[in-house]
Design a protein around this ligand. Structure first.
Ligand code: NAP
Length: 278
């Protein structure tokens, strides 16, 4: 069966909009875009539109490519103090002269709705999660819709980036699964995939995962987004073959992508509720 990320994300947005409608002050999200990378501009626009749809206050802040580190940090400090803003997101990647790590660490951890600040990553590591990285958290929401209990399942995560693979592995471990994390140096990847009851792939290589590697009845979550020469979007898994072996599989597009933005809204509402409670 297909795990319909578009539909699950829509339900999540409806639930968030219902909650926002009851609030006196609107939750606020600020998204900073540095430079004019077209893909980043599309992501930022989508986030801004999603905010408007659920009734959030949103600020889209465009900064020139040649902004200095100090100017960018000052902007974040301003937003840290702004009472209208509950969540701050700096669209990655940043230009090479900017220290992205310092930028993320300057965001108030209580407004870090991307969940990338070391304090939030540390909480996830300790199984005391607060603001969790959006893509892996969105994947957990999708897995929950299958009704499959993850406890004791063999889960394989392919890809070990800070924004997807590593926090994904922690999410699955926190759900008491047995987790294998693979990277570009992993030997005999296919043997590991064949053991996977749950497979999450976040690499960025079309058809890296071949259909005949999939364990019968597995759940396949394809995080990869790759644009082919003909303009079409595909994931990292050979969907046409894998879908016949898997019990559940996400499509690309319409799988994990929509969940990431809906989860960003969910995190912003969490940050808002914490700020309001204080
Ligand atoms: P990344 O930072 O480039 O990391 C890629 C990871 O894949 C690295 O850990 C790398 O290993 C590993 N890898 C590379 N080649 C491999 C191979 N042959 N076998 C096994 N592992 C291999 O990428 P990312 O930011 O995590 O993104 C991954 C993909 O997900 C991209 O297609 C991206 O567009 C997509 N994405 C989608 C969403 C969404 O919302 N749907 C969100 C974020 C990202 P090393 O650690 O050894 O280098």
């Amino acid at each position: 069966m297909i795990i319909d990320g578009k539909q699950i994300a829509k339900q999540l947005r409806i639930s968030i909009a219902d909650q926002v409608a009851m609030l006196d002050r609107k939750p606020g999200l600020a998204v900073i875009l540095v430079g004019d990378d077209p893909a980043s501009a599309v992501y930022v626009r989508n986030k801004d539109n999603a905010c408007k749809e659920v009734g959030f206050y949103s600020e889209k802040i465009n900064k020139p490519e040649d902004i200095t580190q100090a100017e960018l940090l000052a902007e974040i400090e301003r937003l840290n103090k702004d009472d209208k803003i509950d969540g701050i997101l700096v669209q990655l990647p940043l230009p090479s002269h900017i220290d992205a790590n310092q930028v993320v660490e300057t965001i108030n951890p209580n407004k870090d709705v991307d969940g990338f600040h070391s304090e939030n990553i540390g909480k996830l590591m300790q199984n005391k999660p607060y603001l969790r990285p959006c893509t892996p958290k969105g994947v957990m929401t999708m897995l929950a819709t299958t009704g499959v209990d993850l406890v004791g399942k063999n889960c394989v995560v392919v890809g070990a980036s800070n924004i997807v693979g590593r926090p994904m592995a922690m999410e699955l471990l926190n759900a008491r699964a047995t987790v294998t994390i693979c990277n570009s140096k992993t030997t005999d990847l296919s043997a590991k995939i064949r053991q996977a009851d749950v497979l999450v792939v976040a690499v960025g290589i079309p058809k890296l995962i071949q259909g005949d590697w999939i364990k019968a009845g597995a759940i396949i979550i394809d995080v990869g987004i790759n644009r082919l020469d003909d303009g079409s979007l595909v994931g990292d898994v050979d969907f046409a073959l894998a879908k016949d072996k898997a019990a559940w599989i996400t499509p690309v597009p319409g799988g994990v992508g929509p969940m990431t933005i809906a989860t960003l809204l969910e995190n912003t509402l969490t940050a808002y509720n914490t700020i309001e409670e204080k």
